[in-house]
Design a protein around this ligand. Structure first.
Ligand code: PRP
Ligand code: MN
Ligand code: MG
Length: 181
């Protein structure tokens, strides 16, 4: 039998640590958005487990939506732009949007997505990311709410994939090198 855990070098963040980080961010969002009704926009597919964990701890009204984007480099290295594979289903003009991400790596996806949402005249936009990998950053962008700081390793799990696998673990772990090399 093939289990997933045998492909994992080590568990970086346990499910308990992920839940704690999600609760902490949820409380910050409650405080910051107490007089608002933010739109949580989950970026598919990676952010799905974090979205589900985060939203259940936010005890104010929110609405939820989903977007599927892929980032690619337009013209120069720094001007990343995104391809929207599946757009949100609601009118977000005038709304306070919180982008929910699993990881901010180079920052290209987040930067381009923020620019795209601002063009649609949202009232405000912030980002809550389960993981932040600052050492991998190429464009200058920071998530507003950060769950856990991720080292510069090949991490999978809790939404993060390698060739579409490993999204379905309750933990985030480092993938064994033999799997991807
Ligand atoms: C991954 C991850 C983030 C993005 C971060 O998504 O889920 O959305 O890349 O990378 P960046 O900071 O370098 O732009 P991916 O595009 O692999 O799609 P997925 O969520 O469906 O796996
Ligand atoms: Mn993603
Ligand atoms: Mg991916």
């Amino acid at each position: 039998m093939e289990n997933i855990l045998q492909d994992i070098e080590k568990v970086l963040f346990t499910h308990e640590e992920i839940v704690e980080a999600s609760k902490r961010i949820a409380k910050q969002i409650e405080e910051d958005y107490k007089d608002k009704e933010p739109v949580l926009i989950c970026t598919l597919k990676g952010a799905l487990p974090f979205m589900a964990e985060l939203m259940k701890h936010i005890d104010i009204h929110v609405v939820t939506d989903f977007i599927d984007v892929s980032s690619y480099h337009g013209g120069t290295e720094s001007t990343g732009t995104i391809l929207i594979k599946k757009d949100v289903g609601m009118d977000i003009a005038g709304r306070d949007v919180i982008i929910v991400e699993d990881i901010v790596d180079t920052g290209r996806t987040l930067k381009a997505l923020i620019e795209n949402l601002l063009e649609r005249k949202v009232a405000s936009v912030t980002c809550a990311s389960l993981l932040d990998k600052p050492e991998a950053r190429i464009v200058d962008i920071e998530p507003d709410y950060i769950g856990l700081i991720c080292p510069k390793a090949f991490v999978v799990g809790f939404g993060l994939d390698y060739e579409e696998r490993y999204r379905n673990t309750p933990y985030v772990g480092v993938l064994k090198e033999e799997i991807y090399s």
